[in-house]
Design a protein around this ligand. Structure first.
Ligand code: HEC
Ligand code: HEC
Ligand code: HEC
Ligand code: HEC
Ligand code: HEC
Length: 177
């Protein structure tokens, strides 16, 4: 047990040391048990919890969503990213067992999409991240969510009001081809 604890501690330290950008939160502690009935957002195939990973353990968002700075779609981590820790961590937790099964079977986990803009909207995700807008301004306090939900309306008025505040273009063709 002590060996595993030390190994986990080392992994977490390495992960935190590698973190680019601002670190998430202070001394937030995720609840051990969560009543999932009535939680906002879609139910996922595995109960992956941002409040544990990004909140309590302060993992940087970009550790898993590493394409957020360079791509129009930040994308989701592959199961390999999870296994860096979950070969060791998570013991007999049944949800962690599902992660290991996915890894062993080689089948990707089919996460349910939370955000989706209509196809006629052009949204260069990386431009926003690189303009130093924090993830939380558009996604809310994800690091305290046991289950992710769409926090902002994603309506045109939402885009426009921030663009106006920041003197960014409101030209129709910037967002609609
Ligand atoms: C350990 C890996 C990991 C870390 C760290 C992480 N995420 Fe995630 N994120 C995931 C996984 C897996 C999903 C898909 C399952 C889900 O929606 O909960 C996801 C989903 C999301 C979604 C919804 C995607 C969609 O379908 O629209 C958003 C938004 C998001 N993460 C933002 C963040 C933010 C902001 C942070 C930092 C505060 C963060 N994530 C940290 C793994 C991670
Ligand atoms: C940097 C290490 C690390 C990475 C990477 C990581 N996890 Fe975890 N995960 C943890 C720790 C630490 C816990 C808490 C274990 C505990 O409390 O016993 C945990 C807990 C969990 C749990 C159990 C949650 C609960 O209800 O207690 C699940 C499910 C899980 N992780 C899924 C994932 C998935 C899916 C990924 C990849 C997208 C991932 N983890 C990536 C460290 C990590
Ligand atoms: C200016 C607002 C804004 C900021 C800042 C922002 N996002 Fe997003 N994000 C969005 C919108 C809007 C979508 C939906 C995009 C779509 O449907 O094409 C999205 C989609 C996502 C997705 C869904 C996965 C995918 O590929 O579609 C993830 C994960 C995500 N964001 C993570 C992050 C992380 C992590 C950060 C910070 C590093 C961040 N976002 C910063 C607005 C934002
Ligand atoms: C929280 C503030 C904020 C929100 C919300 C926001 N944006 Fe932006 N957006 C910016 C900033 C700041 C820039 C300028 C980035 C740069 O200079 O590269 C930008 C740039 C853009 C660009 C590039 C414009 C160009 O000059 O070519 C497009 C396209 C865009 N946003 C679309 C959207 C869409 C679509 C939405 C809503 C789904 C949205 N934005 C929501 C702040 C925001
Ligand atoms: C900063 C980005 C942005 C700009 C600039 C923008 N739009 Fe949009 N527009 C959106 C988004 C996001 C949606 C989808 C969400 C919604 O329907 O509100 C949308 C939706 C629409 C729709 C469909 C509405 C519906 O109910 O289906 C029309 C029509 C439209 N825009 C016209 C325009 C016109 C005309 C302009 C210029 C005056 C413009 N847009 C400028 C982001 C933008």
């Amino acid at each position: 047990m002590a060996v595993i604890a030390v190994a986990l501690y080392t992994v977490l330290q390495v992960v935190q040391a590698q973190q680019p950008g601002p670190s998430a939160v202070g001394d937030f502690v995720a609840p051990v048990d969560v009543d999932t009935t009535g939680l906002p957002g879609p139910v996922q195939p595995i109960f992956y919890r941002h409040d544990i990973h990004a909140g309590q353990y302060q993992m940087n968002c970009l550790y898993c969503h590493y394409a957020a700075e360079v791509s129009s779609s930040p994308g989701l981590p592959s199961v390999d990213t999870c296994m860096g820790c979950h070969l060791l961590v998570g013991g007999s937790n049944p949800e962690v067992a599902k992660v290991r099964e996915a890894f062993a079977s080689g089948k990707p986990i089919e996460w349910v999409e939370v955000h989706r803009l209509p196809p006629f909207v052009h949204f260069p995700h990386m431009r926003h991240v690189n303009a130093d807008i924090r993830c939380q301004e558009c996604h809310g306090q994800v690091e305290e969510m046991p289950q992710v939900y769409q926090w902002a309306s994603l309506k045109m008025g939402w885009c426009l009001s921030c663009h106006k505040q920041n003197n960014v273009t409101t030209d129709c063709t910037a967002c609609h081809y």
